[in-house]
Each structure stands twice: as structure tokens, then as C-alpha cells.
Design a protein around this ligand. Structure first.
Ligand code: AMP
Ligand code: TRP
Length: 328
């Protein structure tokens, strides 16, 4: 039986952090054998917020290098840059004309991002989910491995695909969200009531994949917890729960084992243990990233090959959609 196809994307903005890794990238890597994989550096999404053009180009390749360092295997996965395939914005336009204003108006990420950056609230930022739907639908994707925050965007992708199929005829596969059980929403270390994000201010908010062991240890030691002392999985105690979840994904231990392990320990010792597993997990990624940073030509070659491989799929779907709506 043919493998199911997954598609996912990540923006080359800011630095990739532990939330991106646990919510998305680690799952892409871990399930590479199970699926046919298409992963995309979504640079066209990145320009919905203000970017320095030169820096954006650099970051696009750096992120691709980081994905390879995390374990994306080019023998098993196609990796490419969104702006290399013109059918993404082209299909987004057709989808735009089939998404009710009311549905787009409900997107919470737009409300969140526009309130955080009132100086540049542009139409592209509003329209972001249509481009994301195009990314997914162009490749007839079965599944989309993402973090919890993308659930609403995925629902919109599914809705527009179903509406289009109904109104014009069968064109798109309806994609399923693939959201991990643990790590789908990693919270800020300084403030466990908000999700870890690339743009949040504060030195102690996020663990970046390129942080040194010393930085990682320092950040975990300062992580906000609470005034209780039991180290148990209790969702109402967001700080401790967040740290325990991070420990859980990296160690693959059961919750019961973890609670036993820390039953007679204090927060100080617990935080160091969490920091240590993160440091050890990131070490090989950092080493590989460093090695790849001297191989820019190789990264470009991989990305070009990825785009060439998937382009025919994108073209075929786009042609079909174009034809169905009556565009010549
Ligand atoms: P972005 O950096 O916005 O392009 O996000 C890339 C991927 O990381 C998406 O699948 C997000 O859902 C996921 N992601 C971002 N922040 C977090 C977080 N704090 N916890 C879990 N997943 C996240
Ligand atoms: N919107 C996603 C994010 O911010 C990134 C993204 C763009 C994406 N296109 C996609 C994710 C397609 C999955 C599939 O995290």
C-alpha cells in the first residue's frame, strides 16, 4: 500500500526554539519512515511581518540547514523553499475567492499577531491562512504535522477544500491534523501562561536550538514554577507541567516513572535534570549544524532538488483547480 503523504512548513523568522522542535520538527524526523514527506521553509509567509531582505535570505538557508541537522533525511524527505514554486501564491488566490470573510475573520493568530505589531497589519497577514491552505492542498497531503497553535488554520484548510470540491468538483484531498500528544504546546519558561514563541521578549523565555549548554542550564534554573513542592503532572500548575512535559518527551519515560524519580527532590534538582536531557538532545544537532554551515552549496543543492521533485505535483493540482473554476 502506498504511504500516506505529509506536508508541513516552518517560517524562517527568528531563531528556531524548543517549541518548534517538539511541536513540529521532531515529529517530522521521527515519522519519516512512515510517510512520504514534504517539508517546506515558508519564506513567503515570513514577509507577512517586517523582515530585513538580506537577512531573510540568509535565514531561509540557515533554517534549511537546521532542519537537516535535526535529522531531516533527504533520502526520505523532500525539503524545499516555498517561493521556488509559483503555484503556492497562485492557488492561494483561487482559495481566497472561496473563503468566506466571516471564517477568515475568526482566525485568532491574526488577532494575536496584529495586536502585537500594530505598525504593520497588512492584507498578507490577514490572508496568511489561505497561503497555508494552498501549501497543503497543492500536494494532496493526507496529514499535516504541526503544533497545537495551527489547529484553527488547518480547520480552515479543510473547510475550503471541502467547499471547493463540493462547488466545482473533486480536486483536493482533505488533510488531517497530526498534533503530538506531548509537546504540542511548549510554554515560555519565564511565563508558562503563554506559548513559547520566537518573537517574545525576555532572555529567559525560550530555549533556542543553538543555545550553549551554559545558557540552557541558566534558563532552566530560572524557569518560573510555583510555591508548591510536589513534582507531579498537574495541568493546573503550568510551570512545573511544562518542565515535566519537556522531560517526558526527551526521556520517553512514563509519567509514573518520572513522578517517582522526583518524589523526594526539590525544584532545584529537578530543573537541572530537565536542562541536562535538553542539553544532551541538542548536542548532536548543534554539532551537525556547525558542520553543515560550511556546506552552503550542498544545502542549496538539496533545496533545489526538493523543489524539482515536488513541483510536478503542485502544477498538476493547480492546473486542475484552474480548470475547474473556469480559468484558461
Ligand atoms: P512557526 O515558527 O510559526 O513557523 O512554527 C513552526 C511549527 O512550530 C508549527 O507547526 C507550530 O505549530 C510549531 N510551534 C510553534 N510554537 C510552538 C510551541 N510553543 N509549542 C509547540 N509547537 C509550536
Ligand atoms: N503557519 C505555520 C506556522 O506558523 C507555518 C506553515 C505555513 C505551515 N504553511 C504551512 C504549517 C503548511 C503546516 C503546513 O507555524
Amino acid at each position: 500500500m502506498a504511504k500516506k503523504r505529509v506536508f508541513s512548513g516552518i517560517q524562517p523568522t527568528g531563531q528556531i526554539h524548543l517549541g518548534n522542535y517538539l511541536g513540529a520538527v521532531k515529529n517530522w524526523v521521527d515519522s519519516q519512515d512512515e510517510y512520504e514527506n514534504i517539508f517546506c521553509v515558508v519564506n513567503s509567509h515570513a514577509i507577512t511581518t517586517t523582515q530585513d531582505p538580506k537577512e531573510l535570505k540568509e535565514k531561509t538557508y540557515e533554517l534549511a540547514g537546521m532542519l537537516l541537522a535535526c535529522g531531516i533525511d533527504v533520502e526520505k524527505s523532500n525539503l524545499f523553499i516555498q517561493s521556488e514554486i509559483d503555484e503556492h501564491p497562485a492557488l492561494a488566490w483561487i482559495l481566497d475567492c472561496n473563503i468566506p470573510m466571516g471564517e477568515m475573520n475568526r482566525m485568532t493568530q491574526f488577532k494575536d499577531k496584529s495586536s502585537k505589531n500594530a505598525k504593520n497589519v497588512n492584507v498578507g497577514l490577514f490572508n496568511y491562512p489561505a497561503l497555508m491552505a494552498a501549501d497543503i492542498l497543492l500536494y494532496q497531503s493526507d496529514g499535516v504535522p504541526v503544533g497545537e497553535d495551527q489547529k484553527q488554520h488547518l480547520e480552515l484548510s479543510r473547510n475550503v477544500a471541502m467547499k471547493f470540491n463540493r462547488d466545482f468538483g473533486e480536486c483536493f484531498k482533505i488533510p488531517e491534523p497530526l498534533i503530538p500528544k506531548v509537546g504540542a504546546r511548549v510554554m515560555g519558561l519565564d511565563d508558562p501562561s503563554v506559548k513559547m514563541s520566537k518573537s517574545a521578549k525576555g532572555n529567559n523565555h525560550a530555549i533556542f536550538l543553538l543555545d550553549s549548554p551554559e545558557e540552557i542550564l541558566k534558563k532552566f534554573k530560572k524557569a518560573t514554577t510555583d510555591s508548591h513542592n510536589a513534582i507531579i503532572f498537574d495541568e493546573t500548575r503550568a510551570g512545573v507541567y511544562n518542565l515535566l512535559s519537556i522531560y517526558e518527551v526527551f526521556t520517553h519515560k512514563s509519567r509514573e516513572m518520572i513522578e517517582n524519580e522526583f518524589a523526594h527532590k526539590g525544584y532545584g534538582e529537578f530543573k537541572i535534570a530537565v536542562a541536562e536531557v535538553v542539553i544532551e538532545a541538542l548536542r548532536p544537532i548543534q554539532e551537525e549544524y556547525l558542520r553543515l554551515s560550511t556546506e552552503k552549496g550542498y544545502i542549496q543543492k538539496v533545496l533545489r532538488a526538493g523543489a524539482d521533485k515536488v513541483r510536478p505535483l503542485a502544477k498538476a493540482t493547480y492546473q486542475k483547480a484552474k480548470d475547474l473554476v473556469g480559468l484558461v
